[in-house]
Every structure is written in structure tokens, then in C-alpha cells.
Design a protein around this ligand. Structure first.
Ligand code: SF4
Ligand code: MG
Length: 321
């Protein structure tokens, strides 16, 4: 059974009279113990999608339709328009590493205080002493020195701050960790260390990780499957090898050629045009204004995500017969 089943979710930002369709009719599933990647250009809805998966849906963001089923080991939870509070599972069953998460550490509080606040909010009936010992052994286990607890965030490098946030997110061994651009703003070597830390956690705690990144080499090296997002839609989902070897959606092909790869200094091929305004997206296939292969039907009808093989799905009229 999949750990996560996502059915036709739409999550919109509503401001006065305008609606931004950041996530629009998205369906996919995530299997137990996999690292699932979500890639796409800035502003395509990746962050909104993972926020929605985490159940962090606050105005101006609204879940417009659809549902997410979480098949946790000892409970099934549902996040839908009618039942959407899954926050009692936060940190324990599902953790979220937001974009720029190292900045969530309060600059005037020691790291110890950050962990203490976590204990206050999610103590899990442990005494503070037991909890503190748990934190220290968890840090050791992840290869982090316990004395960082005495430091203020500004005394730590960006990479170390990110590791602290990852250590906190994995402290209670949640079944699902959702990480939004965990390596952005870090040096190349540090990016790899941070990714290796996530893999170590996934290997040892047998949990599932959803990772958002726009670096396709991160995706190629660390994810078992990848979903490509464009303008609020998932346009292709496949096993990593298949996606890189045989990308089927015109956007995926351009994305693979255009996005930065660690250590690659060649000039990047830009994707022509720019992503659409999601307050008034194009009709039909939202990629049609930028697609060299667009046909009449592409302007009129939105293609559905359809399976081409058992583990490769794509939303493009070119692949429909
Ligand atoms: Fe291009 Fe049409 Fe496929 Fe969209 S559906 S990607 S416009 S060919
Ligand atoms: Mg983002």
C-alpha cells in the first residue's frame, strides 16, 4: 500500500478578487521508504504542494478540492476539504523542512532553546531530562556534535543550521519527511553532505522522504521517482532512470537540459518564454504557449496524467492515441 495517496487536489491562494491556482487537480502516490522528488521551475506550485501534503493550509491558502490519504503504520489520516486538521501528527508521523528552514532558528536563542520549544509542543510524555538525552543521542547518531546545542544560530554555518533543522525534523522518527529545497543557498560540497544526511536518515529509520529541488542532478542521484510540475499541474511522473533516459513530456525534456547540475559549468539552455501567471493560466495545456509541438487540441483541452507504462505517467496530447 502507498504511504501517501493524493487524489485530485487543488490548493489555491485567494486574495480579494483574485485566485492563484498554485496546485491544480494533482494526483499521485508516494510509496513507503522511497525518496520522491518534485521538480519544476520557480513558481510552479512545488512549495504549495508540499505545504498541502504537510497539512499546513492557512489563509490565503485554501484546499479547493481533493483529498490526501496518509497510510501511517498505526493509523490512517485524511486531509480533505471537510477534514483537514492533521497537525496532531506533525513531527511524530510527518515532518516538514520548509524552504530556507535554517532561518527558522531564532537568532537570539541558543539551539538548545529551539529543541526545548519542540519538547514543550510535542513532549510525547517524556521528562525533559529523558528528552534532552534523546536529543543528544540523536545528534550523535547523525554525526553532529552535542555542543552545538549551546550555540546561537549565527555561530553556525548555513550547512550546520540546515543539519540542525533536519535533526529536529527526524527526532521522533516520522514516517514521512517533506523537505522543500533543503540544499538551496548552500555551497556545492555542503549540499551533498546535507543530502547524504537525509539519505542516512531514510536508510536507518526506514521512512519516506519527499524532496523538492530544482537541481536535476540532486534528483538524478538521490530520488527513486520524480514528479515534474508545471503551472500547478504534475505533467510527468516516472522512475528516475526512465525519466532521464526517456523524458516524454516536452517540458521535462527542456527542464532536464536547462536546470543547473552540480559541477557542470556549461552554458545552460533556457526554456523559451516564461511560466504563466497562475491567476489566469492559459486554456487547455498550460504549457501550450511555450511548446514547439502544440496542436489545436492543446489550446482547447487540458491533457490528463495518463500511465504510459506501469511506472511512467505523462500529461500530453502527443502521447494520446
Ligand atoms: Fe505541448 Fe500539447 Fe503536449 Fe502540452 S499537450 S506539452 S502543448 S504537445
Ligand atoms: Mg518554492
Amino acid at each position: 500500500m502507498s504511504l501517501l495517496e493524493i487524489y485530485e487536489i487543488s490548493a489555491y491562494y485567494v486574495h480579494n478578487n483574485s485566485t492563484t491556482k498554485a496546485v491544480d487537480n494533482v494526483s499521485f502516490s508516494v510509496e513507503e521508504n522511497e525518496i520522491f522528488g518534485i521538480a519544476g521551475e520557480s513558481g510552479c506550485g512545488k512549495s504549495t504542494l508540499v505545504k498541502t501534503i504537510y497539512g499546513f493550509i492557512e489563509p490565503p491558502l485554501y484546499l479547493d478540492k481533493g483529498k490526501i490519504i496518509y497510510n501511517f503504520k498505526d493509523s490512517n489520516e485524511i486531509n480533505s476539504v471537510t477534514k483537514k486538521n492533521i497537525s496532531s501528527n506533525w513531527w511524530k508521523k510527518i515532518s516538514y523542512i520548509p524552504q530556507g528552514s535554517m532561518n527558522v532558528l531564532n537568532p537570539v536563542r541558543r539551539i538548545k532553546k529551539f529543541f526545548r520549544n519542540l519538547w514543550k509542543a510535542h513532549s510525547m510524555n517524556l521528562s525533559y531530562e529523558k528528552y534532552y538525552n534523546l536529543v543528544i543521542s540523536h545528534l550523535h547518531h547523525l554525526g553532529l556534535p552535542a555542543d552545538i546545542l549551546e550555540y546561537y544560530p549565527h555561530q553556525l554555518s548555513g550547512g550546520m543550521k540546515q543539519r540542525v533543522v533536519i535533526a529536529a525534523a527526524s527526532l521522533f522518527h516520522p514516517e514521512l519527511i517533506v523537505a522543500d529545497e533543503p540544499t538551496s543557498a548552500l555551497d556545492v560540497g555542503v549540499q551533498l553532505d546535507v543530502l547524504r544526511l537525509l539519505i542516512k536518515i531514510q536508510n536507518e529509520y526506514k521512512n519516506t522522504i519527499i524532496i523538492v529541488a530544482h537541481d536535476m542532478s540532486v534528483m538524478a542521484n538521490f530520488c527513486s521517482r520524480i514528479a515534474i510540475m508545471y503551472a500547478g499541474n504534475i505533467v510527468e511522473v516516472a522512475e528516475t532512470k526512465a525519466l532521464f533516459k526517456n523524458p516524454l513530456h516536452p517540458y521535462t525534456k527542456l527542464l532536464i537540459d536547462s536546470l543547473p547540475k552540480i559541477g557542470d559549468i556549461r552554458e545552460l539552455k533556457a526554456i523559451p518564454g516564461s511560466p504563466p501567471d497562475l491567476t489566469s493560466p492559459p486554456s487547455g495545456c498550460k504549457f501550450h504557449p511555450r511548446c514547439h509541438f502544440a496542436k489545436n487540441i492543446c489550446i482547447k483541452e487540458e491533457p490528463n496524467l495518463k500511465k504510459i507504462t506501469i511506472d511512467h505517467a505523462v500529461a500530453c496530447h502527443l502521447l494520446e492515441r
